[in-house]
Design a binder for this molecule. Structure first.
Ligand code: NAD
Ligand code: DAU
Length: 352
């Protein structure tokens, strides 16, 4: 049975991953270590909170003593590190916490896993794996042509992507130096349920519903390569279970759209299905993001060839499913906007 330490499992992708794994495997045990920062929300995990195969622990990935104790208590054979400060705009106004969480936190986790797993003769057990969830932003920005491959030189531009690059390279160094069994994933922009409404898609949905301006940075012609979150979870699962040790994988499904295309798709759906007064008059071009990457585009050939991964959800299907989810779960968004989601944790997990 795999015993997995998932960090940052109360965030957007981490919570979708935990739900995905518990649904797919009977024989599995997951500990979710999450500090519950502003973007961590235990309501995302309501459907599994009483599952015997799942335990939540509130804690920080920089807390060495706590993590060493968790390794002793649960004897993990896999670690999936999602925990991070994840928002580019926040990294521009306050970079320090990005270095602390994303680099120092990853370093602490690596050291704890090494201490728990490495044998006296410097070899490693067959079944252990440390999977670092990195990002395509480590590659920097593309011009109008070409795609990021795993061999594209790393060239991050924001404090967020620079801190993720530091973590990514640290994980690689533990493979190069100690032969630690690691994998690194570099995925493109995810979308789907439970994404914190500071990110483009949930922010625009929420603002449409409240007839607020839809802020478009600069000309809105920047391009992102969108992937439905379950397809990212599927890729992480496949890499964790069957990838060769030490390999890095790009994850993406060739779904490039400009930001304006995304915003107009959301406006159209909401106008037709929810509120006919919503329209493009809400779009407001605002000052561009500093150091704004122009285009991301993933070449996923390696993960397709090595592991047979392919995205199951087309963008057309996924975006409608996603908008529908936010329209059908308005209380989730209201809870976040009001700050009540924090109280849920305090009530549910008091004294644990
Ligand atoms: P998120 O902000 O929604 O979730 C981050 C989670 O980490 C939260 O639950 C938060 O409480 C937790 N956390 C933060 N600091 C912590 C700490 N010190 N100790 C323990 N927990 C802590 O982010 P997300 O969008 O779900 O991204 C998850 C991971 O995937 C990140 O590493 C991010 O870089 C990476 N990623 C995200 C995307 C995307 O499109 N969202 C794409 C590629 C890679
Ligand atoms: O590519 C993967 C990355 O995708 C992840 O590593 C990050 O954690 C994740 O946040 C995401 O980064 P982006 O910066 O691409 O996502 P964001 O939703 O913040 O912005 C998407 C695009 O939309 C980007 O070009 C900036 C633009 N934007 C964003 C916001 C919030 C706007 O034009 N207006 C907005 O209000």
């Amino acid at each position: 049975m795999n015993r997995i330490l998932v960090t940052g499992g109360a965030g957007f992708i981490g919570s979708n991953f935990i739900i995905y794994m518990l649904k797919k495997y009977n024989d599995i045990f997951i500990v979710n270590l999450d500090a519950i920062t502003y973007s961590g929300n235990l309501k995302n995990l309501k459907s599994v909170e009483n599952d015997e195969r799942y335990v939540f622990v509130k804690g920080d990935i920089r807390d060495k003593e706590l993590i060493n104790n968790l390794f002793k208590q649960y004897d993990f054979n896999q670690v999936v590190n999602f925990a991070a400060e994840s928002h580019v705009d926040r990294s521009i106004t306050g970079p320090d916490i990005f270095v602390e969480t994303n680099i120092l936190g990853t370093s602490t986790l690596l050291n704890c896993a090494k201490e728990a797993w490495e044998k006296e003769d410097d070899s490693w057990p067959e079944n252990v794996r440390f999977l670092q969830v990195s990002t395509d932003e480590v590659y920097g920005s593309l011009g109008p042509d070409g795609f990021f491959t795993e061999d594209t030189p790393l060239d991050p531009h924001s404090p967020y992507s620079a801190s993720k690059t530091g973590a990514d390279l640290l994980v690689k160094a533990y493979f190069d130096t100690y032969k630690m069994p690691i994998n690194i994933t570099r995925c493109s922009n995810n979308y789907g349920p439970y994404q914190f409404p500071e990110k483009l898609i949930p922010l625009v949905i929420n603002n449409c519903l409240n007839h607020r301006d839809l802020p478009i940075y600069g000309d809105g012609l920047q391009v992102r390569d969108w992937l439905y979150v379950d397809d990212h979870c599927k890729a992480i699962d496949m890499i964790l279970m069957s990838a060769k040790v030490g390999e890095t994988y790009n994850i993406g499904g060739h779904n490039e759209r400009t930001n304006l295309q995304i915003v107009n798709t959301i406006i159209d759906y909401i106008q037709k299905n929810e509120d006919e007064t919503v329209g493009s008059h809400l779009i407001k071009h605002v000052e561009d993001r500093k150091g704004h990457d122009r285009r991301y585009g993933i070449d996923p050939t390696k993960i397709k060839d090595d592991l047979g991964w392919y995205p199951e959800t087309s963008f057309e299907e996924g975006i409608i499913k996603t908008i529908r989810w936010y329209l059908d779960n308005k209380e989730w968004m209201e809870d976040i906007v009001s700050g009540d989601y924090v109280k849920y944790y305090e009530e549910q997990y008091k004294g644990r």
